[in-house]
Design a protein. Structure first.
Length: 131
């Protein structure tokens, strides 16, 4: 069996859950934690899934957004193929566009409200709660 793994980057969604809608809002918050990135680098970090990400940057993002790495990164199987064998009853190959278990779980939780559930402790949102 051959599996090609991929991931979904949820930084923009996590920022929105905490009331941050501009990528530039992250620049000073990252700098407070010793991560010095330009506005352009932060823009790319938010809008595109990173190919490489330092553990320091990941830890800083988790601290800023009060989340875990699992909240930011969803690992999924992109392509799975079974070797052809003479076995009867082999498991079928997943269809393109099939949702992962984590995606289904996130959708169920989204029905109950945002991940902050109105009690976000993000520094950027303090004093900016919406009614």
């Amino acid at each position: 069996m051959i599996k090609k793994m991929g991931y979904v980057w949820h930084l923009r969604r996590m920022m929105a859950d905490c009331g941050m809608f501009q990528t530039t809002e992250l620049v000073p918050l990252l700098a407070e934690r010793g991560i010095h990135l330009s506005r352009e680098q932060v823009f790319r970090l938010v809008t595109q899934p990173p190919q490489r990400l330092s553990m320091d940057t990941l830890a800083a993002l988790c601290d800023i957004l009060r989340c875990t790495p699992n909240d930011l990164i969803e690992v999924e199987v992109v392509n799975e193929q079974l070797r052809r064998t003479a076995e009867v009853g082999a498991a079928p190959v997943p269809q393109p566009g099939a949702r992962s278990f984590a995606a289904q779980t996130n959708e169920r939780q989204a029905g109950a409200g945002s991940s902050c559930a109105g009690a976000c402790r993000c520094p950027a949102r303090q004093g900016r709660r919406r009614s």
